[in-house]
Write a protein that binds this ligand. Structure first.
Ligand code: ATP
Ligand code: MG
Length: 402
């Protein structure tokens, strides 16, 4: 025996001529998230995706893994009723029989008392129209399941019926996915990944729009600890549930921070460090074919994230810098972090390289000319290329057994 799931792809279905491409990508991603397990099939049929799995794979697992694939709008565990070669009356009879059995199961497992039928005839050649399918199956269920009543306003259970060419499908729920676009349909980007709450959420949000993610992480070892680094790897691990494999470049920023502290005004330390982070990230991004830089910055959150600071930060690089959280409040960001499972790890109290050498009164309205004048005391190019050369690549593979 096998289990069947109907998967709907929302936005990807709207993309005109690109539709087959998006759907193909989506099928690939679903297969990948189900780890190509034996006996699993994933196929597109007329705008829907059908996933079939051996009965041994728990439903919960399938829902979780498929629900995390970007581009999936919703998913329904379904019962399949073969109607190939039957005339409409016999088909309706077969559907009715299965509908009664299906609703009996709902009564036994969760004690439902009321239901509402929602019938759809996707195959327009089927001789009975949707409202009549609904009425007649509803009547059949009322007759077969004596404890049930119809409640069109607040039913305990829906009975969805979808009549297609050779099969009809019955299901009671549509479990929402994350929507978005399948991974790989929007190139590759480089996220500046810290151990905080924000940048993992920013990573999730860009991947949600179809972008593969590389990451760069800066540490100030030995000022930052091994454990702080482990925390970032753990966050990247959680993110692989959504983004697939992540290539993370790890860089010790300490030599640059020391140069800045020795040669530049104290209140400019943070913004100077941030411009170096951007330059290093950009150099690696260009080498690796990443189209954009991504950060977890949000307008006004801290001194280095005022509008003026962001402008000065951006002036250090030529690649576009994407800030998906720019207009979000911290509470909204935290809600997403909880939902995607990064929050608990993010709040573990380990030091970040940005907190090393933190100035007492950081500039909030930096002037580009002043910042550039400070930088002229450093050999920016050499410092950046040394940092890039020293980068250590860590591959964070997609987690098993999610
Ligand atoms: P928090 O949740 O504490 O705000 P954060 O990651 O946003 O965490 P910020 O100091 O606000 O920390 O940094 C702003 C952005 O700069 C981050 O979202 C991240 O993109 C980048 N960043 C900060 N520290 C690092 C780091 N150590 N390595 C890589 N990127 C970093
Ligand atoms: Mg932040």
């Amino acid at each position: 025996m096998e289990n069947i799931y109907i998967v709907r792809c929302g936005e990807s279905a709207l993309k005109g001529k690109n539709k087959p491409y998006f759907e193909r990508m989506l099928v690939q991603r679903i297969k990948k998230n189900l780890k190509d397990e034996a006996g699993v099939t994933v196929e597109r049929v007329d705008g829907l995706i059908f996933v079939r799995t051996p009965e041994e794979i728990p439903q919960e697992d399938v829902l979780k893994r498929v629900g995390r694939v970007f581009g999936v709008d919703s998913i329904s565990p379904a019962v399949e009723v073969p109607i190939e070669g039957l005339d409409a009356e016999s088909a309706l009879d077969a559907i009715g029989r299965e509908a009664v059995a299906f609703m009996m199961k709902q009564i036994e497992s969760r004690g439902i008392k009321t239901f509402k039928v929602d019938a759809k005839r996707a195959d327009k050649t089927f001789a009975i129209q949707s409202p009549d399918i609904g009425k007649r199956i509803g009547a059949r269920v009322l007759k077969g399941c004596k404890v049930l009543k119809v409640d069109v306003h607040e039913p305990d259970c829906f009975l969805y019926i979808n009549v297609r060419r050779n099969f009809a499908y019955l299901y009671d729920k549509k479990i929402a996915g994350y929507g978005g676009l399948p991974l790989g349909t929007n190139g590759r980007g480089m996220v500046l990944l810290s151990g905080g709450i924000d940048s993992p959420v920013a990573t999730f949000m860009m991947a949600h729009r179809g972008m593969y993610m590389d990451a760069v992480h800066f540490h100030s070892y030995p000022y930052t600890s091994e454990r702080a680094f482990e925390k970032v790897k753990e966050l990247a691990g959680i993110l692989t549930d959504y983004c697939g494999r992540i290539r993370m470049f790890s860089i010790n920023l300490l030599p640059i921070q020391e140069q800045i502290v020795q040669n530049c005004p104290e209140e400019e330390t943070t913004i100077l460090v941030r411009r170096f982070m951007m330059r290093i990230a950009e150099a690696i991004a260009k080498r690796e074919g990443d189209l954009m830089l991504i950060t977890g910055e949000s307008l006004g959150q801290v001194a280095s994230q005022t509008a003026a600071s962001l402008v000065v930060t951006d002036a250090a690089v030529s690649l576009p810098v994407m800030r998906p959280l720019i207009a979000m409040d911290k509470t909204q960001i935290m809600d997403i972090a909880r939902d995607i499972g990064t929050f608990e790890t993010s709040i573990q109290p380990y030091e970040d390289c940005c907190t090393v050498f933190l100035p007492k009164h950081p500039v909030t309205q930096p002037k580009l000319e002043r910042i550039e004048a400070s930088e002229s005391r450093l050999d920016v190019e050499a410092l950046v290329s040394q940092a890039v050369e020293s980068a250590e690549l860590i591959i964070i593979s997609q987690r098993e057994g999610i």
